[in-house]
Design a protein. Structure first.
Ligand SMILES: Nc1ncnc2c1ncn2[C@@H]1O[C@H](COP(=O)(O)OP(=O)(O)OP(=O)(O)O)[C@@H](O)[C@H]1O
Ligand SMILES: [Mg+2]
Lengths: 367, 588
């Protein structure tokens, strides 16, 4: 193999395929990148068998096509620090050489045969979605799962495609987020899948900074997400996603609208006294007043008031303030709606169009 | 001056009667009791074939005169009890006048005795209950009682005697009990001419424990001392790292008598509850002095069981004496913690122990040098430097906040005079355990309800077991509900256990709780469940922790005096002193 190409392009590629396979106890071959040179392109691929990701660098001068498999971290750091505009990569007898004007690197390569096959995207039966929409969907759901260590409920994000809308849902058993966005679905596909959190977070990484249309193709055991230059393929979590719609309460009679900033700061101040062991913030809705209270056995107590517009029946409910803050952090509207029924029914937050966040309350044993 | 009298029938009927001779060790027990009652300071035990052929006890006690010797083998003849009133104020180990006749009925027995200060002794023999004529006999001051060919006249029972080895095991257990109860008495035991246990007089219980069980145990004894008007408790207990799979190493003496008592055992185990794994038992040596009026020893023919007038008070006093002593003790001294493997064979010399401390330390450091990246360079780098000034402002007492996580399992923490190595799982486990308990006790248990209940399918049998725990689990904030055939739905869990994997918890419960245990008292079952919850809810070994998580864990370690051991009784922290390191590096 022998190629020449622009440094910036290949650098971006390495950024996207990077560290997909790094980590501790995985097979050594998975810490390599596969570089394939053909038809004026260079394809970089990495995989950890669960999630694989490839990036195609184009306008490459392929002098001699070929395939090399070499340590991803090494090549990536060479490329990132490259000072010249042009970079030349050759491979001969399992030695990959990267050469510039004043420097050269020779890296020992692996047998390309040993590298696992990278699933190929089939260019049919896919849906299309705007990059901004996809980003938003992932960002507003996946946060529920990203910090958690235990697997309450499903450790994956549910993606449901129907006619011209896609729905993404995440839950950790205690809270749930659902977001719906428009898609292009020329074939009128109806499909759904559960994407592991690892795969979905990788999607966020690979979405480029400019606007583009993204293709998603759901297969039986895997899902492809494809941008113009990169393709991600993730294994799916098998099984049925819970009938989550049933647990979202509907007949909620107490509705308030909150100013996001004020509410965020009130919750944050109110929760100063909570501890990891005692994460309870009591939300009390009174006439035109929201009162947040926390009495922490080991620390102290806090009360924060916030004016609201409300004239219905009063109510008190205990919620984990972290769950509220997590939600408010991803919201980008100025107002959020909150709908409640009683102290034991889940509270439903709404922010903007078609974004719902449901939080199950806590109860105090013995009170 | 004959002292022994035959008890009137009215008294005899009030005495707890029954078979007392089961095996050589039971004969020996009766004979040693008699010697102790006779004020002996030196008791020699001579055996042949583990007592099956010969049991002989010689003492230097007050002895018996001719009349007494003649009556000693007579049923219900005793010098220790006069009327039935005395039954409620027994100061001696014997009181029934039954032991010697029982021995005489099933063996070929002989007494030779010369009272202190007299010139001539007497001898009497008995064979299968047939008393021979009394004779004069030259003898040393004191008494010698021998029993040959036990059960020679009841072949069936003789057949039930075990191997010499087994019988010897029972014999040494018996001698050990007396030796602990009477540290000042000289005991020696010889079997087939071979010395098996020789215990010269010691000044106190501690010294006796050390001579029997070794220096190492002697060094870590925790003193127990508790005095109440009618009950005083004195003795020693061991830190929880020394534990046993059974209660054989729990020696409880009541007024000099070895006893087995459920109430006291319960109190002992309760005091160690947080500190030991289930089915492991602590080692204790407790001597109770209880006013005779407060206890009835006339309950069981072998006198091993007693009845307290006020059992509740005794229980509480034992419990609180032990509890106070245990919580007041710092277990995690570096020596104790680092020589863990040795705890199985008590008795290694202090020299060997030192060696092993050195070895474990050098092992530790050579290992971390080999692994060039013992810590995570990117994430903990900042914390590896000494704390900044602002941190000082907030936590005055913590001049040491340097730590690093190694192998995703242990936290190394710098201390003022060395370093601690902390088992993250064990520490978090005990912290959670106490926090859950605290919340339950103060009815501040927070419960997170689940939006989507977690369904767990079980075998029908496991299903029944779990459902029978429903109320207990409810109390602990884990709400379960039936969900069709042998499936349970988890509806809520304690907020504190947000990392809990409910499936794992249910599995853990099924593994550790037997269905018959469920009927036992709620408190202990609750504690057991909390233990399992803490274990399953705690961070795992191999789990990467963020620096906040580490900090909050270390913070909690300081708060609590009882975090040195995880609920399973394993230590959470190993301490290394800088002085030891300096020695190790040959700087000193
Ligand atoms: N080693 C001894 N030294 C002095 N007197 C003894 C000795 N052994 C037995 N005696 C005397 O013989 C009596 C009978 O002993 P025996 O063991 O049969 O009954 P006991 O000790 O009174 O009651 P128990 O049946 O509860 O043991 C004792 O009361 C005691 O006076
Ligand atoms: Mg006796």
């Amino acid at each position: 193999m022998k190629i020449k190409c622009n440094k910036e392009d290949i650098k971006k590629g390495f950024h996207i395929v990077e560290c997909n396979a790094s980590g501790s106890n995985i097979r050594p071959i998975l810490q390599n990148v596969k570089i394939t040179a053909k038809n004026n392109t260079l394809e970089l691929s990495t995989t950890d068998l669960e999630v694989s990701i490839s990036y195609v660098v184009d306008s490459v001068e392929v002098i001699e096509p070929g395939v090399v498999v070499c340590p991803e971290v090494k090549v990536a750091s060479i490329v990132k620090e490259w000072s010249e505009d042009c970079i030349e990569i050759t491979e001969e007898n399992r030695i990959c050489s990267i050469t510039g004007k004043g420097s050269y690197f020779k890296i020992l390569c692996m047998d390309p045969e040993e590298f696992p096959a990278i699933p190929q995207f089939t260019n049919e039966n896919y849906i299309e979605i705007d990059k901004a929409n996809l980003t938003e969907m992932v960002r507003k759901t996946a946060f529920i799962l990203s910090g958690e260590k235990a697997k309450h409920g499903s450790n994956g994000v549910f993606l449901d495609v129907n006619k011209n809308r896609a729905k993404m849902v995440a839950n950790d058993g205690r809270r749930l987020a659902e977001i719906k966005r428009k898609i292009d679905n020329p074939n009128g596909l109806r499909n759904s899948c559960i994407i592991p959190i690892k795969g979905i977070l990788q999607v966020l990484r690979m979405l480029s900074d400019h606007d583009e249309i993204i293709k998603i193709r759901i297969e039986e055991r895997r899902v492809f997400v494809r941008t113009e230059k990169s393709t991600l393929c993730s294994q799916l979590i098998e099984g049925q996603y819970p009938e989550y719609e049933e647990v979202i309460p509907t007949n909620l009679d107490k509705r308030i609208t909150l100013d996001k900033r004020t509410f965020f700061s009130a919750v944050r101040r109110g929760s100063v006294m909570t501890t990891e062991e005692y994460k309870l913030l009591r939300f009390k809705i009174l006439e035109n007043l929201l009162e947040l209270r926390c009495t922490s056995p080991d620390v102290g107590e806090a009360k924060v008031e916030m004016p609201i517009e409300y004239s219905g029946e009063g109510l008190e409910i205990g919620l984990n303030p972290d769950y509220i803050l997590d939600f408010l952090k991803v919201v980008d509207t100025d107002k959020v709606g909150l709908e409640l029924k009683d102290h034991s029914t889940a509270g439903v937050f709404k922010a903007g169009n078609d974004y719902t966040y449901v939080v199950m309350p806590m109860s105090l044993e013995g009170s | 001056m004959s002292k022994i009298k035959v008890l009137p029938q009215t008294v005899v009927t009030k005495i707890a009667a029954g078979e007392v001779i089961e095996r050589p060790a039971s004969v020996l027990k009766e004979l040693i009791e008699n010697s102790i009652d006779a004020d002996a300071t030196r008791i020699e035990v001579q055996l042949e074939d583990g007592g099956k052929k010969l049991i002989k006890v010689s003492d230097n006690g007050i002895g018996m005169d001719r009349d007494d010797v003649e009556l000693a083998f007579v049923s219900h003849a005793t010098s220790k009890l006069w009327s039935d009133d005395d039954l409620f104020s027994i100061n001696t180990l014997g009181f029934r006048g039954e032991a010697l006749p029982s021995v005489g009925a099933v063996s070929q027995a002989r007494i030779i005795s010369r009272p202190r200060g007299t010139l001539i002794g007497s001898e009497i023999q008995i064979e299968g209950g047939n008393l021979h004529k009394i004779k004069e006999k030259g003898a040393p001051e004191g008494t010698q009682v021998e029993a040959r060919n036990l059960f020679y006249n009841t072949p069936v029972r003789r057949k039930f005697l075990k191997s010499t080895h087994t019988e010897m095991a029972h014999i040494s257990e018996t001698v050990t009990r007396f030796a602990l109860a009477y540290p000042k008495i000289h005991f020696s035991t010889v079997n087939n001419g071979k010395n098996v246990l020789s215990l010269p007089p010691t000044k106190d219980l501690k010294e006796r424990i050390t001579t029997i069980f070794g220096d190492e145990m002697g060094k870590v004894l925790i003193t127990i001392n508790s005095k109440e008007p009618n009950v005083s408790i004195y003795g020693y207990v061991l830190p929880p790292t020394y534990n046993r799979p059974n209660t054989k190493m729990q020696f409880v003496f009541l007024n000099g008598r070895y006893i087995r008592d459920n109430i006291i055992s319960h109190a002992i185990n309760a005091a160690y509850l947080n500190l030991l794994m289930s089915k492991r038992y602590p080692i204790v040596f407790l001597s109770l002095q209880v006013d005779n009026k407060e206890v009835d020893v006339n309950v069981h023919p072998t006198k091993i069981e007693v009845r307290f007038k006020n059992a509740g008070l005794i229980h509480d006093q034992v419990y609180s004496a032990l509890h106070t002593a245990l919580t007041g003790t710092e277990f995690h001294s570096s020596l104790k913690a680092t020589s863990l493997p040795e705890h199985t064979n008590i008795g290694t010399s202090s020299h060997e122990k030192k060696e092993s401390v050195m070895k474990s330390m050098s092992d530790f450091f050579s290992r971390s040098l080999e692994n060039k990246t013992p810590y995570h360079k990117d994430e903990h780098k900042q914390t590896y430097f000494p704390p900044s000034k602002t941190e000082h402002l907030f936590k005055r007492e913590s001049a040491f906040t340097s730590y690093l996580q190694i192998h995703n399992s242990y936290i190394v923490e710098e201390t003022t005079d060395g370093l601690n190595i902390i088992d993250q799982h064990a520490l978090h486990e005990i912290v959670l355990y106490h926090e859950i308990w605290e919340q339950i006790k103060s009815s501040k248990l927070l419960k997170q309800n689940l939006l989507i209940p977690e369904l767990i399918e079980l075998t029908p049998r496991d299903y029944v077991t779990i459902m029978s725990l429903k109320n207990e689990l409810d109390t602990l904030g884990l709400e379960i509900e039936e969900f069709g055939k042998s499936t349970i739905a988890i509806r809520a869990h304690p907020q504190i256990l947000r990392n809990l994997d409910c499936r794992e918890l249910i599995q853990g419960l099924l593994e550790e709780i037997d269905s018959d245990e469920i009927k036992s008292d709620t408190d202990s079952i609750l504690r057991k469940i909390v233990k399992i919850m803490a274990c399953k809810g705690a961070v795992k070994s191999g789990q990467r922790l963020s620096s906040q998580e580490i900090q909050s864990l270390l913070e909690k370690k300081k708060d609590d005096t009882i975090t040195s051991f995880c609920p399973h009784g394993r230590p959470t922290t190993l301490e290394f002193k800088i002085s030891e390191l300096e020695k190790q590096f040959k700087r000193k």
